[in-house]
Ligand binder design. Structure first.
Ligand code: ZN
Ligand code: ZN
Length: 683
């Protein structure tokens, strides 16, 4: 059994897909040649942001407000069409590269049968108490207006250089300042507290710039060292404290706006809190706290019952309470620094280089943002995830133990909901009486509704036009507005491709788990993970037994291929020029599949002339003379004893090659197989 990881047909195939298709084809083809029947159902990944963003572009829309104005129903229709934009190109590509799959009966993640299977899965997870709504800090794309899951965030890190801020917070009733450092100046207008490590040592110092500061002893030299002159030291220590001694010491709000919002909430803020997450690795040892914008901040906020000040809206723009109304947060950064400088509150604004997450689809910097969202409690099944992972044969082993194993050890709850349109609707209905209900099938939906049309389509907006009655109180229920993460779609394919459990119960059970899957290494936090996560939740079993992880393709000089660099190879051009056999042979034989492969014309040509040329010439030589002599091998029997020593030798060589190739391929060792095969020809 082979599971095909579904590509999206609204993007063109690139040269990396040649490798995945060649490797994916190799193992099922080998098993078929050994007499097995290997189902090869192709699939298409069709929901989610990638499609919505394309359609937004086509229609000239930007953001959710404009989509709503245009209308959700026509927008959904456009998405449905856009999904197939490059289907023809993908089919031609698959055929040319020799990827044998059932492209005529593929599974399609937006089909109702597929969605219904996911509804069954989500209801099962709900019934286990593992699906919940939480008010949490989530990684959030302000352009797309939706939170992302941790595995999506992991795919979009970029190195950026930004200005950070070391800020003076005026201590109340004392001519002194707390020095605190932040990498996100736009969160400062929402500041409500400062935080120190209770165990560390802090000092009150008279600095050479004339100010009196509180900060961590360990970082004095780092921060204040620059004030040193030939005549005077940078600072003089007046007193030392344990962090704990500073707890509840008050300061004046940095911005008037946060003070105003906090006053309205009748909550006390603007004092020093203590938490052990504060480290002495950088900054000043005093951390600024904005509970709406960071997980650690939120934790401190809960512990000290701090005011909740969120002066950024869901578009990532500063709200009207701030002096920066309408500015996108990253654009507000320099303005905040300018104002602090003008008011004498900015000690320094050092440049800071770090790896910051960006939206993997639209490239907007993500913000960490408190909002209500739906989660699957993956942390509750962590031990099962790890145990199930241990049953998988990872090729190479190091990824299963390292990259993937570490990911599982630090597993987080799955941020499942998306505040978008084109996706599997989250099947939770809620009633004003407080009752919530997960509907797990079309049949159940029809039973609970007086007006559900027989041909109901399980998409927005249709699903939300159906009336549903509360089984507890008889009042109308409404569905939660969210759709789900499209990675839940592709991770559900083992059962949803068969419309299990509504149909094909035996087919699914016979074909689960898969013997073999393969994708590129970026899928460790994508498909490899979502498959294992869902399968563990539903069946407590790993969904695949063997997985070959593929490295990325590089150019001649070992550079990553990309359109923007202009070094990307068009896969169809390469296939036309070299032929699929030569290219496939290159990928099988060049290096271990999980290592980066340098792909360029000369490398392919060499394999083509040396290996493919010898193979074809040998064959052509035989066929030429066999035809002249009307040779029919079926008329002859082999008398081994009468053979010459050369014939015996070549037969022995052939049989050892068959044996070694067999045992290599049985163990998913592709380059080893290529090596044995080459040795037969290159005698
Ligand atoms: Zn985005
Ligand atoms: Zn009710």
């Amino acid at each position: 059994m082979f599971y095909d990881g579904p590509p999206t047909a609204n993007g063109k195939p690139h040269v990396g897909h040649v490798v995945t298709r060649a490797i994916k084809d190799m193992i099922p083809r080998y098993r078929t040649m050994k007499g097995y029947q290997v189902p090869r159902k192709a699939g298409w990944d069709t929901h989610g942001l990638p499609v919505e963003l394309e359609v937004e572009k086509e229609l000239g829309l930007d953001g959710k407000e404009q989509i709503e104005q245009y209308g959700v129903e026509p927008f959904i229709e456009r998405c449905k069409a856009n999904v197939w934009k490059y289907k023809g190109m993908w089919e031609e590509f698959s055929e040319t590269v020799g990827f044998w799959a059932d492209m005529e009966n593929p599974y399609v993640t937006y089909y109702d049968d597929f969605i219904e299977s996911e509804w069954w899965a989500l209801k099962t997870i709900w019934d286990k108490g593992l699906l919940y709504k939480g008010f949490k800090i989530v990684p959030y794309c302000p352009r797309c207006g939706t939170p992302l899951s941790s595995h999506e965030v992991a795919q979009g890190y970029k190195d950026v250089k930004e200005r950070s801020a070391i800020v003076r917070f005026k201590v109340k009733g004392e001519d002194a300042y707390f020095l605190a450092w932040t990498t996100t100046p736009w969160t400062l207008p929402s500041n409500v507290a400062l935080c120190v490590n209770p165990e560390d040592t802090y000092c009150k110092v008279k600095a050479a710039d004339g100010y009196t500061y509180y900060m961590a002893e360990a970082l004095l030299e780092n921060v204040l060292g620059r004030l040193k002159t030939e005549d005077a030291p940078a600072y003089e220590i007046l007193e030392t404290y344990k962090g704990k001694d500073l707890e509840y010491k008050e300061y004046e709000p940095l911005f008037k706006c946060s003070g105003d919002v906090a006053a309205k909430q009748n909550k006390k803020g603007f004092f020093v809190a203590c938490d052990s997450y504060v480290t002495m690795s950088d900054g000043t040892g005093i951390v600024h706290i904005a509970p709406a914008f960071g997980e650690d901040d939120a934790k401190v906020g809960r512990k000290y019952d701090l005011p909740f000040v969120q002066l950024v809206d869901s578009k990532g723009e500063m709200t009207k309470e701030t002096p920066y109304a309408g500015l996108f947060v990253k654009k507000a950064d320099p303005e905040v620094l300018k104002d602090l400088e003008a008011e004498g509150k900015l000690f320094a604004a050092p440049k800071f280089e770090h790896s910051y997450p960006h939206c993997w689809r639209c490239n907007t910097p993500l913000i960490y943002y408190a909002r209500e969202s739906w989660f699957i409690k993956m942390t509750a099944v962590k031990d099962h995830l790890i145990a199930n992972n241990n049953t998988i044969n990872w090729i190479p082993e190091s990824i299963g133990k390292g990259r993937f194993g570490d990911w599982l050890t630090n597993v987080q709850d799955w941020g499942l909901s998306r505040n978008r349109y084109w996706g599997t609707p989250l099947n939770i209905w809620q009633c004003s009486c407080g009752h919530m209900h997960a509907i797990g099938s079309k049949e159940e939906l029809k039973k609970m509704s007086p007006d559900c049309p027989d041909n109901i389509e399980l998409h927005r907006p249709f699903i939300d036009q159906v009336h549903v009655t509360c089984p507890k109180c008889g009042k109308p229920m409404t569905r939660v507005p969210e759709v789900i993460d499209c990675w839940f779609d592709s991770g559900s394919m083992p059962f949803a491709q068969y419309h299990y459990p509504f149909e094909n119960k035996e087919v699914f059970e016979k074909n689960f788990p898969a013997d073999f899957i393969s994708e590129a290494v970026d899928q460790t936090r994508g498909w490899f993970y979502s498959l294992l996560a869902i399968s563990t939740l539903l069946f407590d079993k790993a969904p695949y037994k063997n997985v070959i992880v593929l490295g990325h393709i590089q150019d001649k000089d070992g550079q990553k291929m990309s359109k923007s660099k202009g070094n990307a190879v068009d896969p169809m051009d390469a296939l036309r020029q070299h032929g699929a056999d030569a290219i496939r042979w290159y990928f099988y034989s060049n290096s271990a599949p999980w290592l980066p492969n340098r792909f360029h014309d000369d490398a392919v040509k060499e394999g083509r002339s040396k290996f493919m040329g010898t193979l074809w010439n040998t064959y052509a030589f035989y066929v030429l003379y066999a035809n002249i002599d009307n040779f029919n091998p079926m008329e002859h029997t082999l008398d081994y004893e009468k053979l010459s020593v050369m014939d015996k030798w070549i037969l022995s060589k052939l049989n050892s090659t068959i044996q070694t190739c067999d045992s290599s391929l049985e163990n998913y060792k592709i380059p080893e197989t290529a090596k044995h095969f080459r040795n037969l020809l290159m005698i």
